[in-house]
Design a binder for this molecule. Structure first.
Ligand SMILES: Nc1nc(=O)c2c([nH]1)NC[C@@H]1CN(c3ccc(C(=O)N[C@@H](CCC(=O)O)C(=O)O)cc3)CN21
Ligand SMILES: O=c1ccn([C@H]2C[C@H](O)[C@@H](COP(=O)(O)O)O2)c(=O)[nH]1
Length: 448
């Protein structure tokens, strides 16, 4: 059992057995079906993680730690508030049409402030002090800027870090006002543990303790059965965390600078309903006509530049899963650039530069184990969609208001399949004489 497992078990047991329910109070969040999302909580939980001892990741359930690191780098290193700079999709629903999440997170860290030594943002101030004033008791950051709260879609939850150097050891306190234990507790812990490792390495220090202070540690009503199941899982020892030792500049770390050895989480049996959306949806992405037709003679039915741009930006940086005939239909038969391409084919001798080949769905699952499912994109053709649809939690369907002639390949009609429902529809786009809309379908069988 990892130390993080032990603390998680202890926290959740305490919340479930001794926590206070807010069932009789009006609450802000609601489930997708409109029911208020009530919680049971404990106030003022303090967890201490010794980073020298082990890396604080759960094994009771997989934490999609690479996606968590991506988000951390997005906030602390890119200092961005635009989802287009982020690989994952956890922030999509909080973003405005330009992709901005308002004056939250990265935006706050990007603002320069006046200090005696000159203008710096909060991150550079920390880096400066760790190097020049390690004895300082004033090394801290805060995202909770009241002046800008009205322009934040979600108020910062993990809102402050306090850094403190003892000898050559870097300790830190993460202050969190609100914590969804199931969806985000270990996600936040992993992120800030990685941050302490990064800051220690570039400051010539060794990482020490991460103290996580949580004001409102809660479990949502619909998470209770999932947590109970999780608490009964068999945990494993903590994996070994490695970081590229050659990086000495905070801004030079990438997601590939970090790795975990022997991370063996318990298999996840249920997808949890989540308000703070989890990164666990395999996606399908497709263009269909009004009859759900997708192709003719191994070619697309339509040419839609805006759709193609969206396809590119959604899939960029992720993994695309496709059949061999779909690969052949791409320009020059080449794999899509800047994405991992996994081709499923029965032909044992097939190989194509820049693409990986697997010969079964099981082999595909094995090749993608550890990749956050929300970065896995099933892109066709017809037989691949049909084979993988039951494993897709979302389908991004571009629906063209026209009927193509002579189509020979189809996508399953999601309006007729049980469990599939439309979550969002875009405004119409008109291009090349065709009108189309982007539909966001979800598979409630996997989301419940
Ligand atoms: N929404 C959507 N639109 C599509 O066109 C589409 C899907 N889904 N799903 C599956 C297949 C995959 N198809 C594709 C995908 C990419 C390229 C391609 O060449 N893309 C390049 C260039 C994009 C550009 O012109 O900007 C890429 O880098 O993505 C071609 C056909 C068409 N299909
Ligand atoms: O990093 C995060 C971000 C969000 N959460 C959770 C905590 C709460 O359940 C919600 C936010 O709702 P509020 O009503 O604003 O507290 O999101 C988290 O745990 N960690």
């Amino acid at each position: 059992m990892s130390r993080a497992d032990a603390l998680f078990l202890q926290n959740c047991r305490d919340i479930l057995d001794h926590g206070v329910w807010d069932t009789d109070l009006p609450v802000r969040p609601h489930w997708e079906d409109g029911t208020p999302a009530h919680t049971v909580k404990k106030f003022g939980i303090v967890n201490r993680y010794d980073l020298q001892e082990e890396f604080p990741i759960l094994t009771l359930r997989r934490t999609y730690w690479k996606t968590a690191v991506d988000e951390l780098l997005w906030i602390w290193q890119k200092k961005s508030n635009n989802i287009h700079d982020l690989n994952g999709h956890i922030w999509d629903e909080w973003a405005d049409p330009d992709g901005s999440i308002g004056k939250a997170y990265g935006y706050q860290l990007s603002i320069k402030h006046q200090y005696p030594e000159g203008e710096m943002d909060q991150v550079d101030r920390v880096l400066y002090d760790l190097k020049h004033n390690p004895a300082s008791r004033r090394i801290l950051t805060s995202l909770y800027n009241h002046q800008d709260l009205h322009e934040m879609n979600l108020y910062p939850c993990a809102w402050s870090m306090t850094f403190n150097v003892s000898g050559n050891v870097l300790n830190a306190i993460l202050n969190q006002r609100s914590q969804d234990m199931l969806a985000a507790n270990n996600w936040n812990v992993v992120q800030y543990a990685v941050l302490v490792h990064m800051l220690a390495q570039v400051s010539g220090l060794v990482p020490g303790e991460l103290v996580h202070v949580i004001a409102d540690a809660h479990i949502y009503d619909r998470h209770v059965p999932i947590i109970e199941k999780m608490l009964a899982q068999t945990p494993s020892p903590a994996p070994v965390f490695r970081m590229d030792p050659s990086v000495t500049d905070f801004y030079a770390f990438t997601r590939d600078s970090f790795s975990l050895e022997d991370y063996i989480p318990a298999p996840s049996r249920t997808r949890s309903p989540s308000l703070f959306e989890e990164a666990c949806a395999v996606n399908a992405i497709v263009v269909v006509d009004q009859n759900w037709a997708i192709g003719r003679d191994n070619d697309l039915l339509f040419s839609l530049p805006t759709d193609m741009k969206r396809f590119r930006s959604l899939t960029l940086g992720g993994t695309v899963i496709l059949g061999r005939r779909t690969l052949d239909s791409f320009p020059g038969g080449r794999p899509l650039p800047k994405r991992r391409n996994i081709v499923i084919t029965h032909c044992p001798d097939f190989s194509r530069e820049g693409a990986e080949t697997v010969s079964s769905l099981a082999a595909m699952r094995e090749a993608t184990a550890g990749t956050p499912p929300d970065q896995l994109w099933v892109i066709g053709g017809g037989s691949i969609y049909a084979a993988l649809l039951s494993q897709c939690a979302r389908a991004y369907v571009t629906r063209v208001d026209a009927a193509a002639e002579g189509a020979d390949s189809f996508f399953p009609n999601l309006d007729k399949l049980p469990g599939w429902t439309v979550r969002a529809v875009s405004e119409p786009v008109t291009e090349n004489g065709l009108t189309y809309r982007f539909y966001d379908y979800v598979n409630t069988k996997l989301c419940d």
